[in-house]
Each structure stands twice: as C-alpha cells, then as structure tokens.
Design a binder for this molecule. Structure first.
Ligand SMILES: *Cc1c(COP(=O)(O)O)cnc(C)c1O
Length: 398
C-alpha cells in the first residue's frame, strides 16, 4: 500500500520548488510564490485522476471526513451509520460534528453489511458512511439503494482504497462525497493530508470555506474575505501538496506494482488448505493494497497468527480482531465515551449504548481474518519465498 516506499527525486523536485520560493502556505502571496500553487495543482490532479468535479485538500483524512460531514450538514441529533471494522477516525469525525455514530455489522466484504444498515435506520439517520477497508470496496449498489429509499447522504471513506474502482468508477467519487487520506502509510502520501471529493458544487464550496476558517475565497485580498459560516483550520500546506503532486503522477505505477504483487502472493496463499478470501463486490476494482484471508475457525486463526509471530514473519500481517485501532472489540475509549471535554448528556449516552452493542456477525468474521499488506518493493523471488514460508508455518499451525 505505501507510496512512501518509493520516495524519489520526483518528490524532492516538487518540494524544492516550494522551499526555493519560501511560500509554504496554499493561499495568497501571489507575487512571492513564483507561480507555484502546489495545492491547487494537486486538487486539479485529483479531479482528473479520479474523475470527480471538485476536490478540497485537507490537513488529514480525519479532517476530510469531518469537513465532508459538516458540508453535508450532519450535526446535532443526527445519526451516521458506520461499520464496526474501520479506523478510529470514523467515529472521531462523527462525534466531532456532534452527531451520533451508529455502529453496524460488517459482512464478508469486510465492509458495511447492507442488511445491518437497514436494521439500524431510524427517523434520525442522516448519512451512511461505508469504509472501503484494506483496499477493496463496500457493496455500493445496495448502499446507494438504501440511501435513495430513505433520502440519506452516502459518504464514502475511501482512505484505504485509493485507486480502487466499483463498476468502472473510482472509489470515493460514487457517493455524495468521498474522502482519501494521504497520511504516511497510504497508497499515495503527502506526509500528512487528505481530500474531500464531490460532484456537488455546494458541498465543495462549503468544504473549501470550512477548511479555512469559513473564508469565502471570493476576492484577491484574504483580509477582505467574508465568512458566511464558522469554519476551522484544516488547511494543507504547500510542502505536503508538493509531495502529493509527485506521488499522484506515480500512482498508476504504484497500483500496477501493487496488483502484480498481490496476484502472485494470493495465488501462493490460496494453496493453504482451508484458506478463503474476502468477498470483493467488483473484483476488477480491488486496489490490491492488502490480501485479506480467512481460516475456518477463530482458534486456527489465532494459532496461525501466533506461529507467524514465532517464526518472525508476522510483520505486515494484521490480525485486526486483536488490534487496538481498527475493531470495535478494543475501543474502550469509545465504549466509555472518554472525551477530554464534556459531551451533551444525550450524545454521551448514545455513544456508550452504540459502542457496547454486541456484534456477533462481525466477531465471527474478524476473529478469522488476517490482512497481509502488499509492499511495492518486493521482488518476485521475495514474494515466492514469503508465500512458501507463510504456507509452511500456517499449515503446520492449523
Ligand atoms: C487513514 C485512515 C483515515 C484517517 O486518515 P488520517 O489522514 O490518518 O487522519 C480514515 N479512515 C480510514 C479508513 C483510514 O485508513
């Protein structure tokens, strides 16, 4: 998955443009910046590369989710349906706008189970937020249909699936809004950064203002801008955008390598008796940043993980079920609504209730699931060796 593995003179060159001019901010300083507008250029490149009308860069993927929720008008009293398996940013963003994160089960796609989404809809639901985990996509047709029936926003968290597609369209551009993260370990990186993508002009204009203290950006004098609403500072810097600009041009190469390495390793792992793989709603659209595989039982999976650790080859294999960041089971801070500031009593009660629900379907899936991340640096020989060793260790353990 990570673009950082391919750090090169191309990133250095883009960075040097910014360092030479000394204008590290994305807005203003028109004369001094010597024609360098890295953030604007990267936004144009995002629209071009992923096929959306508008792109608003942000300081992180989490900021992008928060911005998108705000631009969609999601806030007090609203419920947002999100999956039990995701990154903590999902509920952080929802809580930050004052809305209630309603957790739903995942299915064997490792993303939102449409049947569970239906069960969780109430009169207060405003948005459905699928998370395209580990490189592959949610069942977007089914989720879009639910949104249409109930008049809900579809906000795609595509932070982990840059370059993936669903029925020919890029993930992140299919819902009312979508987000990428460009943090250090994502498919392409800015160091830190993110983007809101949308085809809805109003959502874009609001995102643009929201990420910069509500500035309307209509004039040439920043000091004279009006503020139609209260915003924040979620701006990206020119330094970060410069890195992203080099990386987005290299994305086709990253994705091709990722796909090649994924295909070979998956074919080797598929020889392990009893192994199966996540369901991919549109197999041609897998971004291939991970191979997610299942063993028949939770016990076998735990034994396999222990054996991989003992053999010194666990690195790059993620057993999310026991991981503090990605699965509901270990989110004690959410279960106890541990915030630094006071929440409204209603929001606190709802957060605790949601996070302490049982997720038997997700548990049954996640306790048998391991995701193997795909490196861009592996040689064919290394992949064959890795596949053989994993097979040997796992077969013996189960
Ligand atoms: C990385 C990630 C985010 C957050 O991105 P940051 O840029 O690290 O804030 C959000 N959602 C998912 C699924 C992610 O993997």
């Amino acid at each position: 998955m990570p673009g950082y593995e391919k750090w090169s003179d191309l990133e250095r060159k883009e960075l040097m443009d910014v360092i030479d001019s000394g204008i590290l901010m994305r807005y203003g300083f028109d004369g001094a910046r010597k024609g360098h507008w890295k953030s604007k250029e990267l936004e144009a490149a995002v629209c071009e590369t992923f096929g959306c009308h508008y792109a608003q860069l942000t300081s992180s993927g989490t900021a992008a989710l928060t911005t998108a929720l705000s631009a969609l008008g999601v806030g007090y009293g609203d419920e947002v349906i999100m999956p039990s398996f995701t990154f903590v940013a999902s509920f952080e963003a929802v809580i930050s706008v004052g809305a209630i994160p309603v957790l739903a089960e995942i299915d064997d796609t490792l993303t939102l189970d449409p049947a569970s989404v239906r069960k969780n809809i109430t009169s207060r639901t405003r948005a459905i937020m699928p998370v395209h985990m580990c490189g592959s996509m949610a069942d977007l047709d089914a989720l879009k249909e639910i949104c249409r029936e109930h008049n809900l926003w579809l906000l795609e968290d595509a932070c982990q699936s840059i370059g993936g597609t669903y029925k020919g369209k890029k993930l992140g551009t299919i819902g009312d809004a979508g987000t990428f993260s460009f943090d250090f370990v994502k498919t392409m990186t800015c160091g830190e950064g993110g983007v809101v993508m949308t085809n809805n002009q109003e959502v874009y204009v609001k995102s643009d203002g929201y990420t910069d203290h509500g500035h309307d950006h209509l004039g040439v004098d920043r000091g004279a801008d009006l503020h139609p609403f209260i915003g924040y500072n979620f701006r990206i810097s020119e330094l970060h955008s410069a890195v992203g600009l080099a990386q987005i041009r290299r994305l086709p190469e990253f994705l091709e390598t990722q796909k090649k390495n994924h295909t070979l390793l998956k074919s080797l792992l598929s020889e392990i008796p009893g192994i199966s793989f996540r369901r991919v709603p549109d197999p041609a659209g897998d971004s291939c940043s991970f191979i997610s595989w299942f063993l028949p039982t939770a016990e076998q999976t735990q034994r396999a993980v222990d054996a991989l650790r003992e053999a010194g080859i666990l690195a790059g294999n993620f057993y999310w079920y026991n991981n503090n960041w990605h699965y509901i089971r270990k989110w004690d801070h959410l279960k106890n609504a541990l915030t630094l500031n006071s929440l409204s009593p209603e929001l606190r009660t709802r957060i605790e209730a949601e996070a302490n629900k049982d997720f038997p379907i997700s548990d049954a899936i996640m306790s048998r699931c391991v995701s193997t991340s795909i490196s861009l640096l592996w040689t064919e020989e290394q992949i064959r060796e890795k596949g053989a060793r994993m097979r040997e260790v796992i077969e013996k353990a189960i």
